[in-house]
Design a protein around this ligand. Structure first.
Ligand code: SAM
Length: 397
């Protein structure tokens, strides 16, 4: 895999990132001197630039409103709106593991793109289209549904690629291309926990509609993994906190809190078990329904310890390159903006080296809001110090 990001573990445990990438709850950094610990990430955003015409004409939606959808806006509208602001694109572009991998894939494998018709699904700023144009793509169609499409159009012109890149503003599912077929589809569609945001369906729709018979989808492979961690301090702070809030029982919020997976970087020293492959996906062949699955797992303890949470992460690969390329979002790799996804367990598992947690994970898009992901976890331990069997449900929203 290239770039090799193994063993460059980030030690940071949190990020107060002001971006708007739709995301479930994340851990926040706070100033020890500041009592206001539970800070809404979005309120920390510095978006006030009152001289900026764009900022004035397109006010950010109040994040508190996103659950209460008004009559004229749907949750999908809020999702796409979030990609209209440059901040989210800044975060993605500055994720060097992500963006450099795409750049290396394209620059070091120009034979895949030269004189080819390329479709960039969800082009954002147009960065992937620019990479493809630079290595000699015959034409690139860059589809972007948010108002970032207008900016991408300007960027394409600024860089002298207007004759090669055509930016199309709209949803992939609602647009027609000026050509019947494309040779290559490139996209950065991955969400937290791989499947949050459900943009994979959009890539599969584009593949089925426009890709030539022997065409390429990049990346073409994705894999989801699971491991288990010791995380007493943070479970106490985020979950058990609600049991006693200034002397009052707020454990009804604890129930909600434990159901929401947490997106954060995990220190590799917290890992107690092996890492198990849960699911592989071949983007060039799979059907949309394949993103819903039940996968069994067996996590074997590598030391005596307590386990407070399971942690999921993913890899993506570009297997059609000269040599295999891709990146991992795992805790043993250099951190990306996807971090890892932490699922806290109701029970604290006391586990001895060699004992295992066995179970299964069921993953499916939420029926009401398919951009959310429903996760059902079944696990049991039958060990010397701990016997437990439980089912827990989570929702990434
Ligand atoms: C994760 S971003 C990637 C942006 C860019 N390709 C990059 O790598 O920086 C995904 C982009 O896809 C767009 N998008 C998501 N679903 C889409 C759809 N159905 N049709 C068109 N664009 C879509 C979003 O607005 C967002 O800008």
């Amino acid at each position: 895999m290239e770039p090799s990001n193994e063993n460059q573990n980030a030690t940071s445990t949190s990020s107060n990132n002001p971006s708007k990438r739709p995301r479930p709850k994340i851990r926040f950094e706070y100033d020890d001197n500041d009592d206001d610990r539970v800070q809404d990430e979005e309120t920390a955003t510095d978006t006030s630039n009152l001289d900026d015409d764009l900022a004035m004409s397109e006010p950010e939606p109040n994040p508190d409103d996103t659950d209460v959808i008004g009559s004229d806006k749907t949750s999908a509208d809020y999702y796409f709106d979030s990609y209209s602001h440059f901040g989210i694109h800044e975060e993605m572009l500055k994720d060097v593991v992500r963006t450099k991998t795409y750049q290396n894939v394209i620059y070091k494998n120009s034979f895949l793109f030269k004189d080819k018709v390329v479709l960039d699904v969800g082009a954002g700023t147009g960065i992937l289209s620019l990479f493809c144009a630079k290595v000699g793509a015959k034409h690139v169609y860059a589809i972007e549904c948010s108002s970032m499409a207008d900016t991408a159009q300007q960027i394409v012109k600024l860089n002298g690629f207007s004759n090669v890149i055509t930016v199309l503003k709209g949803k992939v599912e609602e647009l027609e291309l000026p050509v019947a077929q494309v040779d290559v589809i490139i996209s950065e569609w991955m969400g937290y926990f791989l499947l949050y945001e459900n943009m994979l369906d959009t890539v599969l729709y584009a593949r089925n509609k426009w890709l030539v018979e022997d065409g390429l989808v990049l990346p073409d492979k994705a894999a989801l993994y699971l491991t288990a961690i010791e995380d007493a301090d943070y479970k106490e702070d985020k979950i058990e906190f609600w049991k006693n809030v200034y002397g009052f029982d707020m454990s009804c919020i604890r129930k909600q809190s434990i159901m929401e997976p947490l997106v954060d970087t995990v220190d590799q020293n917290q890992i107690v078990t092996n890492c198990q492959l849960l699911k592989t996906m071949d983007i060039s062949k799979m059907a949309a329904g394949d993103a819903s699955f039940t996968a069994p797992f067996k996590l074997v303890a590598e030391r005596d310890d307590y386990i407070h949470a399971l942690v999921a992460y993913f890899d993506v690969s570009f297997t059609k390159c000269h040599k295999l390329m891709g990146f991992s979002t795992g805790p043993k790799s250099r951190a990306t903006h996807w971090k890892q996804t932490v699922l806290y367990l109701e029970d604290v598992l006391t586990i001895c080296e060699g004992e295992s947690i066995v179970g299964s994970m069921t993953v499916a898009p939420n029926k009401k809001n398919p951009r959310d992901v429903d996760i059902m976890l079944k696990y049991s331990v039958n060990g010397r110090r701990c016997r437990v069997s439980r089912t827990q449900c989570y929702r990434m929203r």
